[in-house]
Design a protein around this ligand. Sequence first.
Ligand code: ZN
Length: 256
Amino acid sequence: MNRRSLLVAPLILAAPSVWAAPVKKPVPKPKLIALDPGHGGRDPGALGYRGTQEKGVVISVARDLARELQAHGRYRVMLTRSSDTYVPLRERVARATDAKADLFLSIHADAHPDNDVRGASVYTLSEEASDREAAALAARENRDDSSVAPSSVVARTLVAMAQRGTVNDSCRFADTIVGTFGKSGILLLPRSHRKAGFAVLTSPDIPAALVELGFLSNPRDEKILTVRQHQMALARALRASIDSHLAPKSSPTRKA
Ligand code: ZN
């Protein structure tokens, strides 16, 4: 090869790339959101002042939220139960883990011996409960389930979660829900983000929170929790929380 052809050769080699089809950027798969409507089947969950069952309220809100999330194809959604069936807590965790969900939200409504207590609250996993009420709530939500994780499993999960960053991510998600509820005019309990050993929040790979939408034991909360308009408002606020939590860190947060 003479000196001239050496100079020309790179040009010839480079030329085809000008005409090559543009390299397609891989389209990221929409995030998979696991929604976990509490209780179901033989387990009605909390009972309202006038007899409303928690299991019916929470699946209604979960279905609304699933529709909100699936609109425009922005997310994929899975429900740990889609009908009035009993699904053990360990099975709910397994379903979300096997599906490789990116975020887990358990949806509940509470009851309290004091009928005046009302408002929503959000919980994340902790070995030590943040307060006695949170500990009692976790005991209620874990009740009637032979698959409940012993405290050693909670402790082991927290170590694994800390290594993967899912503890902080779960807390950030819970705080985002509290903030969005506040902005949406949804009444909150004081100290709205609390912590306890919830068996359903023990997937080490998935940032997870549990929301209590209000108190069925309070007549006003019970009434609004059965009104479709309020259920849809809750679903919209939860969708906005998920949008905000999953929004790229560098870009401004999407509005509700
Ligand atoms: Zn519940």
